[in-house]
Design a protein. Structure first.
Lengths: 568, 168
């Protein structure tokens, strides 16, 4: 038996350590340990709730919009404050554009190098790659000259020894299975994706006034003034520029990204057998299309044990089905709780560090273990896609069916929907969600134009804070999953504030019942071809799109990955 | 010719955010000529791509372990940077190294990259800089201005509007 420690996991945001016990060529137990934001209430206590979002958005430099939006929603929920339709549509467009950006970057620039061998790509034939590409779609970037240009550019880059972003790949690893021409096609799209993700970011910048760290939010709406006549407001010219960018994104996502994920998934179809882990799925609805947050363009809710028939919807902002059933356990985390020490609801959240050294059966992580109705839940695009399928969401069904169809054609065998409960399934679901977000981005743009066309220019409702105590929860289906902010306000000032971020749900340690978290459970039975090069561990962990950017201040400034392997 | 001045760091982790404090100070105190953009980059990296891709020269300001006392300011350029990245002295470096490699891959490598690093004292949760690091903000800003001047850009001191905290 061998113990592998990968610390830190690279090509993610933030600091994460994964330990695996390997026996007979596969993982039989795993531990996930990382950092999380603790004590955000320290800097927020006593402040004006209208300012909270300016601080909370600094929690993460990658997902800068999500904490801002969740924060204003928490305060709006506490005040039962309605948000004008234009503000909802503008926020929704920011959410959708940011999500598209995030999912593209994750697949190509964070996950793809676990499956695509760049060195092998250099041996690919541009003509062969173009032929495969043409069989999958009519994407305009698939021409042979474009592919050859990328191959030549990469040769120069890799050859110069300045491997940079490619430095942490596992070139030549026995688990790399793509033929050189497909590696080359994927590498071409990797380079093109760098341009495409800029376009998605431009949409966020125009609507948010800047990125990172948008400026345009307010409790009660947005700060964007709408006046089709004025140059200094959100003009029609800017709105039509956004429309043009949306169309460019559409071409790439539907004609390059979805086919890429389908083709890669087909070649690695054996990875549909690994990585299921926790198959209780939690997501929340998003893209509110009314002023009260009771109607959403994208549904969400809870699915138990991979059975879509159990789907129960979370129906509205502040829905007690979500609000009352979240708790966080610290039994296996380096914190202590008052009272009997059992899991606490975020409104009563405590963050008192209690460091012990690493104890496999005791405490081993700085991340708390959240549960929903006492059960572990996986969050993220897979949870969201499954909820939307269960709810009969048309766009989701369309894109999922198409992606499975492409994968089945390439694999030469029918790939069932059940295959999504896996490492490869998470990656596929993220691509599907990206395509769905693009459809929604178009729809929200149209809703905004139609509403302005009716002469409605309202974007803000002024919040009023009562005397006494009010509490609220804001939730958001962020690119990595369910994000929630929990605020208690007393006499107009913040009394308590907790953030439960998506990666806490997924990366958390064992809970009060010693049940493993999603990362830990998903690693069990993963094959390990070479314990000194645990590519398979990275594949599964990266499929979750970890973002633990929050905490990360390490006194240790040496960030070279340390893989230590101990044989027992 | 164009220059982008980018302040990196996390504003709610005390001295980690010093780079952002420096660009905030610059924006409140000076007016910059066309061709200079001064950006609060927060803790993002690849997301800055769109704003940096047209810049010929990049100047980054960030917290960095220099080996000196808190508040020590260093200036690194060009060939000094790859070695610096290998030592990973700043928490935001991985993103920064990837960003620069990406610009090269996209045929938009800048003509020069300068890094102005400030030794942090505390990176605990908090919105304020420690005293030694706060004192270094003006020093670091002065180095930025010197660099801009060397590139031939004018900078004009500008009384800040007390409400907007920007140049009036």
């Amino acid at each position: 038996m061998t113990r592998i420690v990968v610390d830190p996991i690279t090509r993610i945001e933030g600091h994460l350590r994964i330990d695996c016990e390997v026996d007979g060529g596969k993982v039989n137990q795993a531990w996930s340990s990382g950092q999380m934001w603790r004590g955000i209430e320290i800097i927020l206590k006593g402040r004006d709730p209208r300012d909270a979002w300016i601080f909370t958005q600094r929690i993460c430099g990658v997902c800068t919009t999500v904490h801002a939006i969740t924060s204003v929603r928490a305060v709006e929920n506490a005040l039962q404050l309605e948000v004008p339709l234009n503000a909802q549509y503008i926020r929704n467009m920011i959410i959708a554009a940011h999500g598209v950006h995030d999912h593209i970057v994750h697949f190509y620039h964070l996950a793809a190098l676990d499956w695509v061998d760049i060195v092998s790509a250099l041996k690919g034939d541009p003509a062969g790659a173009a032929k495969i590409a043409a069989s999958l779609s009519e994407y305009k970037g698939n021409g042979e000259p474009a592919i050859k240009a990328v191959r030549d550019k990469l040769s120069g880059f890799v050859g110069s020894g300045q491997l940079g972003v490619y430095a942490s790949g596992y070139w030549g690893h026995p688990a790399m299975k793509l033929p050189p021409d497909i590696n080359l096609l994927a590498a071409t799209h990797y380079v093109q994706a760098l341009e495409v993700q800029r376009i998605a970011n431009k949409i966020v910048t125009v609507l948010g006034s800047k990125t990172p760290h948008i400026q345009n939010l307010a409790v009660g709406g947005v700060a964007n003034a709408i006046n089709p006549e004025s140059q200094s407001t959100l003009t029609l010219e800017r709105l039509f520029a956004i429309k043009a960018w949306i169309d460019e994104l559409d071409d790439f996502v539907n004609n390059a990204m979805i086919p890429d994920v389908g083709a890669v998934g087909a070649v690695y179809a054996d990875w549909t057998k690994y990585g299921a882990g926790v198959t209780n799925y939690l997501s929340v609805p998003d893209l509110p299309v009314d002023t009260k947050g009771t109607k959403f363009a994208m549904p969400g809710g809870y699915i138990k044990a991979a059975d879509l028939a159990t789907f129960k919807t979370v129906g509205h902002f502040g829905d007690p089905y979500f609000r009352d059933n979240v708790t966080e356990s610290v039994k296996h985390a380096w914190y202590s709780y008052s009272g009997d020490g059992t899991a606490l609801h975020p409104f009563k959240g405590e963050t008192s560090p209690q460091y012990t050294d690493w104890q496999d059966a005791g405490k081993y992580s700085w991340i708390k273990a959240p549960t929903f109705n006492g059960e572990r839940a996986q969050v993220g695009p897979l949870a969201n896609v499954l909820a939307m399928v269960a709810a009969g969401h048309e766009s989701t069904n369309k894109h999922l069916t198409r992606l499975l169809g492409i994968a089945s054609t390439v694999a030469g065998t029918q790939i069932p929907v059940d295959a999504v409960h896996s490492t490869i399934g998470r990656i596929a679901a993220r691509a599907v969600r990206c395509a769905v977000l693009l459809d929604e981005l178009k729809a929200q743009w149209q809703l905004l134009m139609d509403n302005i066309g009716k002469g409605d220019f309202a974007t803000f409702n002024r919040p009023v804070f009562p005397k006494g105590e009010v509490a609220g929860v804001g939730f958001h289906e962020a690119p990595r999953g369910v994000l929630s902010h929990w605020i208690v306000i007393e006499d107009g000032k913040i009394k308590n504030y907790q953030a439960v971020v998506p990666s806490t749900w997924n990366a958390g340690p064992r809970d009060d019942n010693d049940q493993p978290g999603p990362y830990e459970a998903s690693l069990v039975d993963n094959p390990i071809a070479d314990p000194d090069k645990p590519l398979e561990v990275l594949r599964t962990v990266h499929s979750f799109d970890p973002c633990i950017a929050c905490a990360i201040h390490l006194a240790d400034t040496d960030r070279r990955p340390i893989i230590s392997v101990k044989a027992f | 010719m164009s220059v982008a001045v980018v302040g990196l760091g996390n504003l709610i982790l005390s001295d980690d955010g010093v780079g952002v404090h420096v660009v905030q100070y610059l924006n409140e105190t000076f007016r910059f000529s066309d061709g200079v953009v001064v950006i609060d980059g927060g803790t993002s990296a690849i997301d800055l791509l769109d704003q940096l891709i047209e810049a010929e020269h990049l100047i980054f300001v960030d917290a960095a372990r220099t080996g000196g006392a808190p508040g020590t300011v260093v200036e690194l350029e060009g060939a000094q940077l790859p070695a610096w990245f290998r030592q990973r002295m700043s928490p935001h470096q991985v993103g920064l190294a990837d960003l620069l490699a990406t610009l090269t891959l996209m045929d938009h490598a800048p003509k020069s990259v300068t890094l102005i690093g400030i030794e942090p004292q505390s990176m605990e949760l908090g919105t304020e800089l420690t005293a030694a690091v706060r004192a270094a903000v003006v020093t670091a800003a002065t180095k930025v201005l010197a660099k801009l001047s060397a590139f031939g850009f004018d900078v004009v001191a500008c009384p800040a509007d007390t409400e907007t905290r920007l140049c009036a």
